[in-house]
Design a protein around this ligand. Structure first.
Ligand code: CTP
Ligand code: MG
Length: 223
């Protein structure tokens, strides 16, 4: 299988507060997005790597072998731009989307997600997710707890997310891109079937400065 990958790296990193794009922040000696590029290079079933870059900052992304695409106003707009570039020369069967903000992604998880979707014709997407470790409660409009949700029914959603390319294209064309925090929600809204694959606990997302320290520690340890 040869599946194209899109690493979305066009965010501004407001919550990290590093004064520049999060994807370019130094992490264990390299720009953060380079760790994800490495994992996709190593994955057996990935054949091309597209990276959505912040508008005007593309020159700062210099990993060899990547195809750069200008990102958009929201994450979903960046995915839309990337998908347009991927499908410009013909539509592949599947695409895999990943956040540059998850630098600990493993090639094994990427391949397992691709194989999992390929082998389940009932699914339109297969997304990485972790079991919930915190207890989750729902609040009423007065800020008082209404109920405690059943944790066994909940997962915390991550990337990579693998999609049937045609389904993702349709979902993006008809969905509310500004409101979506992940692409799978666009598929759900369009009535598609989204499966989950359990990701290892190390696949953390770098959002705030403490996450950067933890990611550096985990990367050093895995070397
Ligand atoms: N992303 C993107 N295009 C955008 C917004 C986000 O490609 N317009 C990407 C980010 O680069 C990141 C991933 O989507 O890899 C997840 O987004 P998030 O963690 O929210 O990153 P930022 O938007 O950069 O951070 P913040 O929300 O703190 O500004
Ligand atoms: Mg963001």
């Amino acid at each position: 299988m040869g599946v194209p990958a899109l690493i979305v790296a066009a965010g501004s990193g407001q919550r990290l507060g590093a004064g520049g794009p999060k994807a370019l922040v130094d992490l264990a000696g390299r720009p953060m997005y380079a760790w994800s590029v490495d994992a996709f290079r190593e994955a057996t079933h990935v054949n091309r790597i597209f990276v959505a870059v912040p508008p005007g900052k593309g020159d700062l992304f210099d990993e060899p072998g990547i195809v750069k695409v200008e990102g958009g106003e929201t994450r979903s707009h960046s995915v839309a731009n990337g998908l347009a570039a991927i499908t410009a020369a013909g539509e592949p069967e599947m695409v895999v989307v990943h956040d540059a903000a998850r630098p600990l992604i493993s090639p094994a998880l990427i391949d397992a997600a691709i194989i999992g979707l390929d082998q389940d014709p009932e699914l339109h997407a297969l997304i990485a997710a972790a079991p919930m470790t915190d207890t989750v409660k729902r609040l009423g409009s007065d800020g008082v707890v209404v109920e405690t949700l059943d944790r066994s029914e909940l997962v915390s959603v991550q990337t990579p997310q693998v999609f049937r390319a045609s389904t993702l294209k349709q979902a993006i064309a008809s969905g509310d891109l500004a409101a979506a925090t992940d692409d799978a929600s666009l598929i759900e809204a369009a009535g598609g079937a989204v499966g989950v694959i359990e990701s290892p606990s190390g696949n953390i997302k770098v959002t705030v400065p403490a996450d950067l320290d933890l990611a550096a520690l985990l990367l050093e340890r895995s070397r």
